[in-house]
Design a protein around this ligand. Structure first.
Ligand code: NDP
Length: 501
């Protein structure tokens, strides 16, 4: 049965969370709200499941995760349709997101043994009769808290890696996208029916807060910086480790030697895809003086062609979270009041639940549109003397998540100078689709890494083991040592470490 409600505003009715389509208000699904006790019970069940799941070993988990990957792949269209209905995401954006998530499941499954499995490492010259072993063991139960803007890709960036490492997971999806979360958790349960290795708990922010205090062994949070601070404060009470993937204000730098057409295309896509509701979306652009006018014209002409609407085939869908519209409007109005100019769109571009592409120029660097996360289909484009000045301004916010550089000759040098976790050269957002690369930020964008080998290790504790293989050669770490042995040891150390080269 479907009912029409206030578009996009989740409601709680008789203990159920109701999710709605942000454009039409159509009810998408109802999900039981978890009480604090039921969150704790889920974690208790997860602990038993974790022991069983870890016991499957790398190969057993790999088989299950690859089967899960196949189910997601074979039901891609169904998943994308649900993502469109619940989040308003255009079908193509939903497909791109889901495919990236599938890639992560496969990568994590296929690389867990190599990255985490037991290996011999070198021993000290003074302890040659010992063998050293290193392996990465699962924490146990991971609490994953996810946002709504990428309802499968962002949680999967933690879930797939946590599962491949041998943990069980209790997942709290955003109140705006519970249906997508429930859908993929159900698919996993079809592949792993024996134990609740991946569970979901629904509700508002208080359910996320309960998960932080539920006794999980680590919290992987993706969401806003403000909530990330609350999560870290709650986790501090029990010294629970946290991984924080928070907001961003990513910049693109366009050098004078850039391929301007490619830069304009990547700027429009990186800034406006998913209606700009992307943590690593391009929000600010710094363009070398020499090519500024040409670049701006190309961006405006491309952005003006994008369709905005609720159809799955539109380029830009609705703003998923209605309260974000006020932030987007405030940033545009503030920029225009403070001397900025709209090269496209402007205040009238905000027509809830839609916002049309808005390109702002001459915006003061200290304004909200440049300093704060806008999370809408808007871009500020600023003229700079050269790419070096672009880097300086790119680094002048508290955030440091991703970003992009366009230059034919200086890409790698400039990328290193940008204070962020990821940079794409001559493209935008592409680092998010590379499972082998770590993903995460610095400063207000958080800390810790998902994806890649670092993402696997994030959900483990390193275990160091030293095993004696034979009789003691140089007896230093015993009260049986003699003065003669100590002199021998000093001679060996001087031989090994005493030279300046
Ligand atoms: P929020 O911070 O509002 O919410 C994130 C999650 O935290 C939701 O599930 C939310 O539940 C939950 N939550 C709310 N309050 C608490 C609490 N006190 N304790 C624990 N959990 C709580 O973020 P949004 O959902 O609005 O997501 C958008 C933000 O996420 C943007 O800032 C974006 O940049 C960032 N993001 C970062 C990414 C990254 O990888 N760095 C990727 C994607 C998004 P509920 O929804 O029920 O309130």
């Amino acid at each position: 049965m479907t009912a029409t409600r206030t578009p996009g505003v989740p409601a709680i009715d008789e203990g159920s969370l109701i999710s709605t389509n942000p454009a039409t208000g159509e009810e998408v699904g109802r999900f039981p709200v978890a009480s604090p006790d039921s969150v704790t019970e889920a974690v208790t069940r997860a602990r038993d499941a974790a022991a069983w799941w870890a016991g499957l070993g790398f190969d057993g988990r790999k088989r299950r995760l690859l089967a899960f990957r196949s189910v997601l792949t074979n039901r891609l269209e169904e998943l994308a349709a649900l993502m469109h209905r619940e989040g308003g995401k255009p079908r193509a954006d939903a497909l791109v997101e889901a495919i990236a998530a599938i890639d992560h499941v496969a990568w994590a499954a296929q690389h867990a043994r190599k990255v985490l499995g037991r290996r011999r490492v070198g021993s000290s010259i003074l302890l040659k009769e010992h063998a050293s072993y290193l392996e990465y063991l699962p924490y146990g139960v991971i609490g994953v808290i996810g946002p709504w803007n990428y309802p499968i890709l962002t949680p999967m960036g933690s879930i797939a890696y946590a599962l491949a490492a041998g943990n069980a997971v209790v997942f709290k999806p955003s109140e705006y996208t519970p249906a997508v979360g429930q859908w993929f958790v159900d698919r996993f349960a079809e592949i792993v029916p024996e134990h609740p290795v991946l569970q979901i708990v629904h509700g508002l922010g208080d359910v996320g807060a309960a998960l932080c205090r539920s006794g999980v062994d680590k919290i992987a949070f993706t969401g806003s910086t403000a909530t990330g601070k609350k999560v870290m404060a709650a986790a501090a009470e029990s010294l629970t480790p946290v991984l924080l993937e928070c907001g961003g204000k990513d910049a693109m730098i366009v050098a004078a030697d850039a391929d301007l057409d490619a830069a304009a295309a990547a700027c429009v896509w990186g800034g406006l895809t998913n209606a700009g509701q992307t943590c690593v979306g391009i929000e600010r652009v710094y363009v070398a003086d020499k090519v500024f006018d040409d670049f701006l014209n190309r961006v405006v002409s491309r952005a003006a062609k994008l369709s905005v609407g609720a159809e799955p085939t539109d380029d830009i869908g609705p703003i998923t979270m209605p309260s974000q519209i006020d932030i987007i409007r405030r940033h545009i109005e503030d920029a225009l009041t403070r001397g900025g100019r709209a090269a496209l769109g402007g205040a009238e571009a905000v027509q809830p639940p839609f916002v049309s592409p808005t390109i702002l120029v001459d915006v003061p660097e200290d304004s909200a549109a440049v300093q704060e996360e806008t999370f809408g289909p808007t871009l500020t484009i600023a003229r700079v003397r050269d790419a070096a000045e672009g880097v300086r301004l790119a680094n002048a916010t508290g955030y440091g998540l991703g970003g992009a550089i366009f230059s034919r000759s200086q890409g790698l040098d400039l990328a290193r100078q940008v204070r962020s976790g990821m940079t794409s050269i001559n493209s935008s957002l592409t680092f998010a689709g590379m499972p082998a690369l770590p993903f995460g930020g610095v400063g207000n964008s958080g800390f810790g890494r998902i994806h890649g080998a670092d993402g696997l290790r994030e959900f483990t504790r390193p275990k160091a083991v030293v095993k004696r293989r034979g009789p003691t050669v140089l007896a230093a770490m015993t009260f049986d040592r003699t003065e003669k042995t100590m002199q021998q040891i000093v001679r060996v150390v001087q031989l090994v470490h005493g030279r300046s080269k």
